[in-house]
Design a protein around this ligand. Structure first.
Ligand SMILES: N[C@@H](CCC(=O)N[C@@H](CS)C(=O)NCC(=O)O)C(=O)O
Length: 214
């Protein structure tokens, strides 16, 4: 049975999963969830994610929600397909775990607030709040200073291979690259090279193509 990814084309969490499916070169069906009509709060969808948020994944009998849990499931279950995305050796795995936590708890909260101000508000015909933009740009700059130091030691966040720690950044970073916040990435040479490298991955380009056509 083909994997089903339930989600929305404008959802960054959905596209974290889509990026992983493409990196693993898996066949899948994208099942659009119409968030405008509240389909994510409908009992049918709540059976997949009781919190009423996209994405959700079905793989045979397996039903999962939480984008980062889904990407880990895909990486472990389909370890022999596509890009490995994880390490097995203890020390490397620990480093990967650290940088996945950094993305989820340091980068994403700040970057997602900026994406809300600079991308989503425009999409919904709302004005960005200049003070909130400045506050979150300052916070993101501090996070990216740490990334700059890390990326001066290795090509990717958790070592010399592209892993889930890098992949998890793609959807929000993609949105921010179309905004004034791009400068925060461009100003830091190692962060700039890293962001260009991972955004140019063929699996991510395929994900974006899906986003445009959905
Ligand atoms: N931690 C969750 C976050 C999911 C999430 O916030 N999804 C958003 C779209 S990106 C959503 O469904 N929002 C609608 C809502 O919260 O009602 C994950 O990574 O899957």
């Amino acid at each position: 049975m083909v994997i089903k990814v339930h989600g929305s084309p404008i959802s960054t969490a959905t596209f974290r999963v889509v990026a992983a499916v493409h990196e693993k070169e898996l066949e899948y069906e994208f099942v659009p969830v119409d968030m405008k009509s509240g389909a994510h709060k409908h009992p049918d969808f709540l059976a997949l994610n009781p919190f009423g948020q996209v994405p959700a994944l079905e793989d045979g009998d397996i039903k999962l929600f939480e984008s980062r849990a889904i990407t880990k499931y895909l990486a472990y279950t389909y370890e022999n397909k596509g890009t490995p995305l994880i390490y097995k050796e203890g020390k490397q795995m620990a480093e990967l775990a650290v940088w996945m936590e950094v993305e989820a708890h340091q980068f994403d909260p700040v970057a997602s607030k900026l994406a809300w101000e600079l991308v989503y508000k425009k999409m919904f015909g709302m004005e960005a709040d200049a003070a909130a933009v400045q506050e979150h740009e300052t916070k993101l700059a501090k996070v990216l200073d740490v990334y700059e130091a890390q990326l001066s030691k290795c090509k990717y966040l958790a070592g010399d291979s592209f892993t889930l720690a890098d992949l998890h950044h793609l959807p929000v970073m993609h949105y921010l690259m179309g905004t004034q916040a791009k400068k925060l990435f461009d100003e830091r040479p190692h962060v700039s090279a890293w962001s260009k490298d991972i955004l140019a991955r063929p699996a991510w380009e395929k994900s974006i193509a899906l986003q445009k056509q959905a």
